[in-house]
Design a protein around this ligand. Structure first.
Ligand code: IYR
Length: 220
C-alpha cells in the first residue's frame, strides 16, 4: 500500500539569521523558572488552547500522539485535586522519600503543601495514553514516555513564551488524578502543571544552570 507524501519546504535562513534567532530563543528560555507562588489573575482560555496546541505539535512514536491534556479551572475539582495531592505528598515528605532526597530538595524550598493547585487559574493535567482501542482491538502505543516528555517540554516552553509561569508537579503516586477527572482506563496521569502569573512578591531559589562546557561535548 502506498502512502501519500507532500512537499516540505522551509524558508532557509542566512547564517546571521540563524545565529540571531538561536541566541534570542536561548535567551528567552533561559529566563524561564519553575514558580511555586501564583496569583489568581485570570487568563484567556484561548491562550491555554494555543499553548496546548503547541504541545500537540510534538513528534511521537509512529505518530500515535499518545497524550491527552486536561485543563481544570473548576474550583471544586481544583480543591479535590489539591486535597488528594497533599494527602500523597504528606506521606512522601513524612517518610516515603529518603533523607538524601529531602536534603537535595531543601535548596528548592518544596514542602507537602500545594496551594498553587487552587490559586493558579488553570491546572493542566497531562495523561499518557498507553494504548488505543481500534475496532475493539487493543493496540499499544510506542515510546510513550519519550513522546509525552517531549510534548511536555514544548508545553513548558509555550507557557513561558506566552509570559506565563508553570511548575512541573509530580505528586506520587498520581493515579488519583485519573479518578477525579474520570479518565478512561488507557490513560495514566503523567504530570500536573499549574499555569498562571507569579504572585506579586514571588521568589525563586537562587540556582545556576550548567555552563555550556559542562553540558556539551563536540566530536569533530
Ligand atoms: N513530588 C514532590 C517532591 C519533589 C521531588 C522532586 I525530584 C522535585 O524536584 C520537587 C519536588 C513535590 O512535588 O513536592
Amino acid at each position: 500500500m502506498s502512502h501519500k507524501f507532500i512537499p516540505y519546504r522551509q524558508k532557509e535562513l542566512t547564517n546571521e539569521e540563524q545565529l540571531q534567532k538561536s541566541e534570542l530563543f536561548y535567551n528567552l528560555l533561559d529566563k524561564r523558572r519553575s514558580v511555586r507562588e501564583y496569583s489568581d489573575k485570570a487568563i484567556d482560555i484561548k491562550v491555554i488552547e494555543n499553548i496546548i496546541q503547541t504541545a500537540g505539535t510534538a513528534p511521537s512514536g509512529a505518530h500515535k500522539e499518545p497524550w491527552t491534556f486536561c485543563v481544570v479551572s473548576n474550583p471544586e475539582l481544583k480543591s479535590k485535586i489539591r486535597v488528594a495531592a497533599e494527602q500523597e505528598e504528606k506521606k512522601s515528605y513524612g517518610g516515603r522519600m529518603s533523607d538524601r532526597w529531602k536534603a537535595d530538595l531543601e535548596p528548592l524550598g518544596t514542602t507537602w503543601e500545594k496551594p498553587f493547585i487552587e490559586i493558579a487559574p488553570y491546572i493542566i493535567v497531562v495523561f499518557k495514553r498507553v494504548h488505543e482501542t481500534v475496532g475493539g482491538e487493543k493496540r499499544n502505543n510506542y515510546y510513550v514516555n519519550e513522546s509525552i516528555g517531549i510534548a511536555c517540554g514544548m508545553l513548558i516552553a509555550a507557557i513561558h513564551n506566552a509570559g506565563l509561569v508553570t511548575l512541573t508537579h509530580t505528586p506520587s503516586p498520581m493515579n488519583f488524578l485519573g479518578e477525579i477527572l474520570d479518565r478512561p482506563e488507557n490513560e495514566r496521569a503523567y504530570l500536573l502543571l499549574p499555569v498562571g502569573h507569579p504572585k506579586n512578591d514571588a521568589e525563586v531559589p537562587d540556582i545556576q544552570r550548567k555552563k555550556l562546557n559542562e553540558l556539551l561535548f563536540v566530536y569533530k
